[in-house]
Design a protein around this ligand. Structure first.
Ligand SMILES: [Zn+2]
Length: 277
């Protein structure tokens, strides 16, 4: 992936110096986020933390801070003049590179040691992430990264379906209900599915499992797995049955049928949604 192998290494070049400050990393992060949005094919309002998780990309700040932490522990062991500089830091009223790094780690990491900076920052991002989609992923005990990206190479014929599932996982899929709420199609579709004309909103679950407009397509693709999927989706959350929740995750990972289903409905889906405009 170009972002991981080119853009982020360029963006964090010299991260030993500017890491551990969200503010300093912001301009670079903006560029990386724009690239990520283009790759994921999502809009400006997309939940970036969830998308980074799904794509397996870290923030510029995490990477740069990790570099700075690494340097803090590594430089004193080197045989060049940098070790003398770090071992005998200049005394100054203001924060220097050495004192600044130590203070940051003491303040934000529970224990000072190699690798704790990344953990502290990841914890910070997770706590600050209040999006619905992240809560959903957590509630269903799903893994952070889906299989749809790797499958794109092996199954180019169902690329649309794979990308749609990716969008669902990243909380960026536009169901009819969401379009109606945003005022892009008539308000009546907040409570009504434009595909089967029933008085139920078109949600992800309705589209995948219930909507009878897709019955014939479902028959060709997901029909054998539907009872299992249905049981998993409608499971009572209070029982918190991890095995079943995991099942939904595994189901989407191992079964190409869901992707084929999305592929087959995607074109009609788009057409009808556009006709509603
Ligand atoms: Zn429907």
């Amino acid at each position: 992936m170009v972002l991981k192998s080119v853009l982020i290494p360029i963006g964090t070049y010299g991260g030993e110096l500017f890491g551990m400050s969200e503010q300093r990393c912001k301009p670079i992060q903006r560029v990386a986020d724009n690239a990520l949005r283009i790759i994921a094919n999502v809009g400006k309002s997309a939940p970036m933390h969830r998308i980074r998780q799904e794509m397996g990309v870290t923030t510029i700040n995490t990477r740069a801070s990790d570099l700075r932490e690494r340097a803090y522990f590594k430089y004193p062991t080197l045989r060049t003049w940098i070790s003398d500089l770090v071992k005998q830091p200049i005394r100054s009223q203001t924060s220097t590179w050495v004192t600044g790094t130590a203070r940051w780690m003491k303040r934000y990491c529970q224990t000072v040691g190699r690798g704790n900076t990344v953990k502290a920052l990841q914890h910070r991002y997770t706590v600050n992430d209040k999006t619905k989609i992240s809560a959903w992923i957590k509630a269903h005990n799903m893994r952070n990264t889906g299989s749809w990206m790797d499958l794109q190479m092996r199954h180019p014929d169902i690329k649309l379906g794979l990308q749609d599932i990716g969008k669902i996982r990243m909380g960026c899929y536009w169901t009819a209900q969401r379009l109606a709420k945003a005022g892009l199609i008539p308000k009546m579709y907040i409570e009504r599915c434009p595909f089967c004309n029933k008085n139920t909103p078109e949600t992800i679950e309705h589209m995948l499992i219930e909507c009878f407009r897709w019955n014939s397509i479902r028959h060709e693709t997901t029909i054998f797995n539907i009872p299992r999927l249905y049981r998993t989706v409608t499971i009572d959350q209070s029982t918190n049955n991890q095995a079943l929740n995991q099942d939904l995750d595994n189901f989407a990972k191992t079964n190409i049928e869901v992707y084929s289903f999305m592929q087959l409905i995607s074109k009609i889906h788009l057409e009808i949604k556009f006709n509603c405009l």
